[in-house]
Ligand binder design. Sequence first.
Ligand code: RUB
Length: 315
Amino acid sequence: MNSELERIAQGISSMEIRGAGRIAVASASALRSVANASTAGTVEEFSSEVKHAARRLVETRPTAVSLPNAMRYVIRHGLNGDMSSVEDARTSVIKAADDFIENANNALHLIGEFGSRRILDGEKVLTVCNSNAAIEVMRHAAAQGKDIEVFAMETRPRFQGRLTATALAEAGITVNLIVDSAARYYVREVDHVIVGADAITANGAVVNKIGTATAALAAHEARTRVSVAAETFKFHPDTVVGELVEIEERDPNEVLPASDHIDGVRVRNPVFDITPSEYIDIIVTERGVIPPQASFYLLTNLFGWHLTERDPWEQ
Ligand code: RUB
């Protein structure tokens, strides 16, 4: 097993590498190093090594569709066409991985640019978890000289909100760290809720860190705008053919350490939830700002005829 592949796969499982965008980029770079280090003697052997690596990565965490979408991109672009030698195939997979990573970085920049236009000077923003895309929007707004103040939900049990608060403070943004259950208390005070996404379905529902749906519901009640910042590789192609998004449930120890075990009590730890499209105003993507109801069209436009194909790592 390629050691860089194993390092990245384990890093994703243990959440040292986390956040849907980072998982996708890290997985693309893992395929790159598998391609780089391969000693395969034939193109077939090389392809099966790359597909095997993709399967290993896809199995690390089930919810963020960015990961399988990154694998689809690299395999479909990298292992396509006429590859007469292992060297051709290697060059092609490395190029596809590099392209994916470059597109992902450019996408973040564009999302920051587009999303920040919706933020006015003096606005207060509530956010959940630690989303690079959502942070990029806030950073861009601050860089344009807008004086914004952010309320970052701490995001139990892994406290990703602390990472967000740190990043925003480093960008010179006024930031308040709050407990998750204070979301409704503060939502009347804020002008805008901005979150990221792990997966967006054909009907415009957004799967994101647990607590997002509660914050969006409170925002809906308070008539506060909810924006989702997400690269197009967060759109879930399988939902167009009726699949549901699997919600990851992690180790109960993250919520209550085994040493604090309470007799007769089962601890549950679902780590994502689903916000219906009615509670979302816009989704900011690198292709533009869309209403959640346009998700189906974006998905078919993005994946087109691939929708009914089997996943490339299953072939
Ligand atoms: C992270 C999370 C983030 C999305 C979007 O969950 O829910 O909001 O992944 O992040 P976890 P980004 O910490 O369990 O991975 O915009 O960085 O892709």
